[in-house]
Design a protein around this ligand. Structure first.
Ligand code: SAH
Ligand code: SF4
Ligand code: F3S
Length: 432
């Protein structure tokens, strides 16, 4: 039989990357091979993201490019992911080259779907059925994403996720344990638990009892071969004391917390429907720093949200100075179809850009200072992949900083104690 190849590209968050891994597993299980060369592909899968307009535009321009290759081959194009869910049939109208459209809760049906002539599957939220029908093989060697929770019931006024991913759903504890054991049997050392609202996790155990994220982390840590556990992304209103406590009691849980706030102004938080104040957030940070003083805190920010005044933006800057983030992601507000905030995009684009740039310089300053403070210190690093240069390896500290080094020895997938020699804005350099 002739060999068949799939090419897959992820555009979105870690959960989107996790879904791409599962799609790869579904197809390799059917005898397909993975290719990084789109011109070789029989099946091209674009696993899309709807979060900001730019992410969506990128998909359409990629389709245009790939269509030129498609015209001279038997290739089929699949649009999967959150754009597929949100725009469905519209995609075919804009890009007739697309053969199949499949949302993030129905992609377990992709292998059977691609045997049909053309199809759109994006309406139901079949979370339960999906997870039962997936295949869990893929291994990145050191660190593996694992979706434990999906969807969102929070409805922040700027965000598409509740519409593209559906309502909050938590997987049963036992299924997650089984999946973890599969990965560590492949050599994986670190498990990153994923969810759009991961700390809202409330999956059932074998007795049908609802269990929280703190319980799940402790349960996973009982597996000997699991050396590191991380989780993301958390929402402030679900940051329970039980979870905070695990940061003091469980040495396998890494001292890193990604906790998006979006804005340092209560007025804007209210308009964003975030359901918490700046003070609530600071209280969480205080609590967690009390029991785990070295914890690394990261966040997300949106600038230029409707009605954001100079004063509101100032409050965000002051808030950042107060908390001191080790890293943070920031975005210009992008009005999204179907979300309540879209109608009032009233901040001048130049001003948005100026605010983003000021905010990013402050965050980079903090990150740079933080990284610098590690020079000459001993750190534990998990080496996860080869770098671009010969004998170069890239790993992560317990605080999630990227570390690079060169070594003649094979150090891939090892946790080593190293000395930090140098720092850049975004990374550390070490000596073995
Ligand atoms: N569930 C997470 C992350 C959601 S999406 C949370 O609750 O924080 C990741 C980030 O994208 C968000 O934290 C937010 O900063 C950003 N984002 C979401 N919608 C956006 C929009 N319409 N415009 C700009 N940034 C947005
Ligand atoms: Fe989006 Fe808000 Fe839900 Fe996060 S909590 S996924 S920002 S609606
Ligand atoms: Fe994007 Fe969907 Fe993730 S919109 S950020 S891929 S949940």
């Amino acid at each position: 039989m002739e060999e068949k190849y799939i090419y897959i590209k992820s555009y979105g968050c870690q959960m989107n990357a996790y879904d791409s891994n599962r799609i790869k597993d579904l197809f390799t299980n059917k005898g397909y091979k993975i290719t990084k060369d789109v011109s070789k592909a029989n099946l091209t899968i674009l696993n899309t993201c709807h979060i900001r307009e730019k992410a969506v535009e990128k998909v359409y321009s990629d389709i245009g490019r790939i269509d030129k290759i498609k015209k001279n081959s038997d290739m089929k194009i699949v649009v999967a992911g959150c754009v597929a869910q949100a725009e469905g049939i519209e995609i075919k109208k804009r890009s007739p080259a697309v053969d199949f459209i499949v949302g993030p809760q129905s992609y377990h049906k992709l292998p059977e779907m691609v045997n049909e002539s053309d199809k759109i599957l994006n309406s139901d939220f079949l979370q339960n059925e999906k997870f039962k029908n997936l295949i869990y093989n893929s291994s990145k060697l050191s660190s593996e994403f694992l979706s434990i929770q999906e969807g969102c019931d929070k409805f922040c006024s700027f965000c598409v996720v509740p519409y593209t991913r559906g309502p909050e759903f938590s997987r049963p504890v036992e299924d997650i344990i089984i999946e973890t054991k599969k990965y560590v049997a492949n050599g994986v050392k670190e498990i990153i638990l994923l969810g759009q609202n991961v700390n809202a996790y409330h999956g059932r155990n074998q007795n049908g009892k609802s269990k929280d994220l703190a319980y799940l982390i402790n349960k996973i840590s009982e597996i000997d071969a699991v050396k590191r556990i991380r989780y993301m992304t958390s929402h402030p209103i679900d940051m329970k004391d039980s979870l905070i406590e695990v940061h003091a009691t469980n040495p396998k849980l890494m001292p890193f917390l990604h906790l998006p706030i979006q804005s340092g102004s209560d007025k804007i938080l209210k308009k964003m429907n975030r359901k918490h104040t700046v003070k609530d957030y600071l209280k969480i940070i205080d609590k967690i720093r009390k029991i785990r003083p070295d914890i690394a805190i990261s966040s997300d920010f949106i600038v230029g949200f409707p009605d954001e005044s100079d004063n509101d933006f100032d409050e965000t800057m002051k808030f950042i100075e107060k908390v001191n983030f080790v890293i943070a992601y920031s975005f210009i507000y992008s009005p999204r179809p179907g979300t309540p905030a879209q109608y009032k995009d009233n901040i001048d684009h130049g001003l948005k850009k100026a605010r983003l740039s000021a905010l990013q310089s402050l965050l980079t300053e903090q990150q740079k200072k933080y990284n610098k403070s590690f020079i000459n210190k001993d750190m534990e690093v998990l080496f996860e992949k080869k770098g671009r240069h010969e004998d170069q390896y890239i790993g992560r500290t317990i605080y999630n900083q990227s570390v690079f080094t060169t070594s003649k020895e094979k150090i891939l997938n090892k946790i080593l104690k190293v000395k930090i020699k140098n720092s850049t804005n975004f990374a550390l350099e070490c000596q073995i």
